[in-house]
Design a protein. Sequence first.
Lengths: 492, 661
Amino acid sequence: MILTILILLPLVGALVTAFSPAALARLVGIGFAGATLLAGVVAAVQYEVDAGMQLTETYVWIESLGVHYALGVDGLGILMVLLTVVLVPIVLLAGWRESDAEGNSGAKSFFAWTLALEAMSLAVFTATDVLLFYVVFEATLIPAYFLIGGFGRSGRGRAATKFLIYQLAGGLVMLASVIGLYVVSANSGTPSFLLSDLAAIDIDPITQRWLFAGFFIAFAIKAPMFPVHTWLADTTEKATPGTSVLLVCILDKIGTFGMLRFCLGLLPDASQWATPAVVVLALISIIYGALVAIGQDDVLRLIGLTSLSHFGFIVLGIFVFSPTGGTGAILYMVNHGIATALMFLVAGFLIQRTGTASIREMGGVEKSAPVLAGFFLVGGLAAAGLPGLSPFVSEMMVIIAAFDHHWLVGSVAVLAIVLAAFYALWMYQRTMTGPGTTPVADLDKREVGILAPLALALVVFGFFPMPLLDVINPVVDDTLAQVGIAQEGGQQ
Amino acid sequence: MNLLSQTVRLAEEGGAAHAPVVAPDTGAGGVFDLLWLVIALPLLGAFLLLAVAPFLQGSLKAAADKHGHLVGTAMSALSFVLSLVLFFALLGRGAEERQVGQQLWTWFETGSISVGMDLLYDPLAALFLLLITGVGSLIHVYAIGYMEHDARRRRFFGYLNLFVAAMLTLILSANFVGLFLGWEGVGLASYLLIGFWQHKPSAAAAAKKAFVVNRVGDIGLSLAIALMFATFGTTDFAGVSEVAGEASQDTLTALGLLLLLGACGKSAQVPLQSWLLDAMEGPTPVSALIHAATMVTAGVYLVVRSNFIFELAPIAQTAVVVVATVTLLWGAILGCAKDDIKKALAGSTMSQIGYMMLAAGLGPAGYPYAIFHLLTHGFFKANMFLGAGSVMHGMDDDVDMRHYGALRKAMPVTFLTFAMGYLAIIGFPGFSGFWSKDRIIETALAENLLVGLLALLGAGITAFYMTRLMLMTFFTEKRWEKDVHPHESPKVMAVPLIVLAALSVLGGVLLLGDWIKTWLEPVTGTVEHHEPPLPAIVITLIITAVVAIGVAAAWFLVGKRDVPREAPQDVSFATRAARADLYGDAINDAVVVRPGASLVGGLATFDRVGVDGAVEGGSAAVGGLSTAMRRLQNGFVRSYALSVLAGALLLVLALLAVNLA
């Protein structure tokens, strides 16, 4: 029941917020987000490491089609749930005043849509029925569309439309594969959309490849990967930083989540068949994303593009099919969520103060706002994979696994550590250092309170990632077993 | 501190005689259980000064700002005391038992690899601990005076503590991943401290340059770690040293070269040398501690620590020797042409690290002397940097030696202490540098005549540029303006200078009875020493003669002439090249920076116009999406709910069709 509660809480919260008086809406919204966080923690406490899919609920929905309302989480799912329930309250607090600013659709609307998006995302991460997954996967687009279109800078309408078109195209392609899966299932006996039933079917290689193409394209757009990434830069540039956190740190994870669940889980032969192409695309994303990020003048656009590079690492880790790569990829999904959220939110606070997002027009902020500059630097260094901050561990794992896969793959991927250091520190240099123009106010208590947990998490998981890894390792072993790769004997 | 400990595989005794296996005793107990505290103390200092103090309120904040430097200095000093206790405890153990391990916790682990936060304390680490915390504490004390009028002194000491903690992590780690943690930590501290006065654009740019160039080297270290995991399944020194012999020759060569790339970045060796001179933008105590005595020598440590790889990779060893020889001359030439006292010293640092690298590249015969020179250089170069800081302190932060002259009278303590460092670096008989450099050149001559001769030439150039620096600063006629009033620095700055001067004079005692060689044997192994081509005493005399020629040349070219206040422009090509850092930056600009800028600019445009256009246009053409897009933009279909509904309907229809069929 806990998973249903987890989805219903923010969904009801969205409705209640939407119909509460304007003065109360924010309190109601944050209240529901807090309750959801609590429910997420309860779920995490109930979760048992290394016990497979659990907290399951299965009800028949459309019997003749084999559709179920089926929920459950494994290690990957529970981590994504936790990431979501933690980030949403932070985003709401960060948008406390901003969403009421002139030209935006109002705090009430922001809070309601955010909660709706949280509900849909949680449903995506817990759905164990493919059709249910598809429905909620598409449903996330509605709140996302209104969040992009209703809040942010001018030009956001076009960005929202572009976002929608891309995602819609991906969704349609995936729909074809979903139908294909149904056909396969129906042909092998009783039709069923349950993941566990589908995984048991031995799908012939050629069919697998077609189905793989559908899922992979949809997830590559979501993740995003080169060359279907261009919605990302426009969206993050125009939307509010809070919305970008929801999109890039939570919603985009559905892409890599789906690759693990559907591509590797249901279509193992096709996944291995596609590996060379996917690895090359991932490498291009890593290097290309970092290079393009260096060339940006808009802080938010720059941060958005760094995610292209980071998602390249995640996809690379998934598709080298090794315990270290898979674990690195999933850990990367968590770390990227924390680090990128920190970057977007600090940048948001910075832009509120300078009144511009153009790096060229900023400078010398550190002098008057050292605490803000400190958080900005921590975020940048995390993106650059500095050891001691959590993204290092996952990035190193992916590089190790990529190198093991083929030395050339590892050698290309590792170039990102130079490029990332460059975009992070060059951005810091141009915005924070120098003689400075007009002084800006340093972060207030609310803002420090929003950012400090994220920065703290980066440091704590940088030195003590084992609690996360204990949850991740069994999932990776299970997934690799499904792909048919026997786990290498642990050396130690 | 064993509560979090995890058992990891330890190497068995054995292995090739020339590449000793690291086999730490993890149950040593006693004072060795406090090993972690050496790192934790300065780390706590950094935490208090950087993460707690900024959020204090009112009088507490004022107190933190006023007295924070004392906390930082105390943490460093305590760490030094503990290092001393540990050193004597290690000294008390038999030579066979001088490798002590401590396992703190499992850092990360997957189905196939496991990395522990493990420490290794052995004779090599012991010497580094004393150098880092000892010289580090002296520099903390000095900085109390040097940074007295800086409003952000508390933060400065926080960064210094962070640096010390990271450097100790680098040295004490028992595996290459932990070493990398410290390696990047010192890089971060270096970045923060070079850019400490970041309101100056030049300082901010220099800080970024140092970090990014170092990251190029880090490619090497990262890939070396990946290659070790792929080949050996571990990066523990114990594990790797045990099985290194089983790897293929190509793998070992690749490992050696990758490690060398890392070492080049951190130790400012050619071709990754260009950041060090710019790094002089940092406050002078930083230049002394990080960019002379400790951090920049980490590359030498890496090569010596990885001796079990280099010993099996002769091609990589040759590469180390070549890089080192080029750098020792390169740095010395830069030192001759610089008028900025700190940059002249920085060129000298490059050159001296070249000597250490050279020794490290010569194998077991050279390892002890690499470390010996690293220690003596740590003393005399820190001494001279702090001396330079003292001069700048008295000269209103002017760094141009052409504006100095005759300062020996105005600053007697600075002069005398600086002179000890000067005599040590040029290798004046009896001073510390004499012993260490002499041994390196001697070993080089025995291994390879050409390399030995070039090292000898380097000694002559060193004598020249250091004498030039000495003359322009403390002798010759005074050239400062009327409103400059050079004065001696306060006691808090003078005392560290005196201690370091004493060490510069006496550092040679480490060689008494070949002590340092015997001490390091458990780490570096022993080997039959090649006999030098001439008797040692003859070589020593030749070196001393070459040094004398260098000193005399400087006397005739600088000391006996008038030094113009402005640098003359009608100079030879060689001087122009040396002033321009031998075109190191020009080459970087032409090869990397400008093409890189064009590439990045081009890609950014391509991404906006090319990829985006292609995807939008392509998908529109294929799927007829352009109509849908126009409608959406026109507000024709505002709600996406309709689209989803359409999709869902399509789905149901398709399913029905399949079912009916």
